[in-house]
Design a binder for this molecule. Structure first.
Ligand code: KG4
Ligand code: ZN
Length: 345
């Protein structure tokens, strides 16, 4: 009972998330998504997301408290994503968190969205091993992080590499659109690919050539792959033959997962790290999980992936990182904590 009760707020993109944890125990994870309002635009519309956060915030806080069986006055600390993300969307979460902290007289902790995607794993698998290597793959990010202190203290979250163009999730969403699948496309590609042949088409693996590896050993590139898929599909359509959607989906997915796993394991090995954590929305991908497990086992590296519901954006991940900050005695943020759309890790 002496573990801190922390309420976390997440509004960096299109999910209004409010999570409540006690230490490493998840008590509630309420999420309201505006994804359906964006679907007809084929991507997240910032203005629409901000307005949806405003409307969903109070009911989502209420729902989280009801599920957890706590009242707001029981909360020991408020944690909030203050970046990176959509500026207007972040502002709604940060302003709400400040209002709660001020009215309850409790400290506020601004947390980094990427670090929170990693910290969430402790709600499922217990304390995060430090050091560990985190592969963070979402609609907005693809990063390899060396984590020695998840609170980010003293350079504790060190970016080893990142995408130089599209994020992995973005590539999934764009290729899905090309194949006529709904937005967001990741889960649809995952599903359709199960009926396809992953070696049917040999799509390019970005930044894996000898010369690229010299400068971009732990970086990713997915825009060339996306273009290659588009060209392949166009050629098929021109020839009048039907597009084998399942084979394209499976071969594309294999190209993404192959590079992600290859580089993550290379980074872990070269840093002498024995634990690989995979987080972010794309970590929900079934092929990515299977491939990582298979290849890591050969190297004696352990893999931790949270269940899919915790991989996509949610408030519990923010609360989880907030709780760790409280436990480690990190200094709370000032009440004028700014939202920072390009907050570095
Ligand atoms: O972490 P997240 O919920 O939001 C961001 O911070 O971006 O990630 C959303 C991304 C989307 O691009 C979505 O298509 C992708 O994660 N995604 C998947 C799967 N589930 C979600 N990609 C591949 N396979 C999946 N099963
Ligand atoms: Zn995210």
């Amino acid at each position: 009972r002496d573990e801190p009760l922390v309420l976390g707020i997440e509004t960096s993109c299109d999910e209004t998330g409010v999570g409540i944890v006690r230490g490493h125990t998840l008590l509630a994870d309420a999420v309201a998504s505006s994804v359906e309002e964006h679907a007809r635009f084929g991507g997240v519309v910032p203005e629409v997301a901000s307005r949806a956060h405003l409307e969903a915030m109070v009911p989502t806080i209420q729902r989280a408290c009801d599920t957890a069986g706590v009242s707001l006055t029981d909360v020991d600390a408020i944690a909030v994503t203050h970046g990176p993300g959509l500026a207007g969307a972040l502002l709604v979460g940060v302003a709400s968190a400040k209002a709660l902290a001020l009215s309850l007289g409790k400290p506020i902790y601004g947390v980094n969205h990427l670090a929170a995607h990693v910290a969430v794993d402790q709600l499922e698998h217990g304390p995060l091993p430090e050091p560990c290597l985190a592969l963070l793959v979402s609609g907005g990010h693809s990063s390899l992080l060396k984590v020695t202190d998840i609170t980010g203290y003293d350079g504790g979250v060190d970016p080893l590499g990142a995408t130089i163009d599209d994020a992995a999730g973005e590539a999934f969403d764009k290729v899905a659109r090309l194949l006529g699948l709904p937005f967001p496309g990741g889960p649809h590609i995952d599903r359709v690919a199960r009926e396809g042949d992953q070696v049917a088409i040999d799509f390019p693996r970005g930044l894996t050539g000898r010369r690229d590896l010299e400068r971009h050993r732990f970086d990713f590139s997915f825009s060339g792959l996306k273009t290659a898929v588009a060209r392949w599909v166009e050629a098929r359509e021109r020839s009048g033959e039907p597009v084998p959607v399942a084979d394209v989906a499976a071969s594309f997915q294999e190209a993404v997962c192959d590079v992600l796993v290859r580089k993550a394991l290379d980074a872990a090995s070269s840093e002498g790290i024995e634990d690989l954590m995979i987080g972010g929305g794309v970590a929900a991908n079934s092929r990515l999980r299977a491939l990582a497990e298979e290849r890591a086992a050969q190297l004696g590296i352990r893999v931790r992936v949270p269940r899919p519901g915790l991989c996509t954006d949610n408030g519990a991940m923010v609360a989880a990182l907030g709780a760790t900050m409280v436990e480690r005695g990190r200094t709370p943020s000032p009440l004028d904590l700014p939202a920072d759309s390009s907050l570095p890790v």
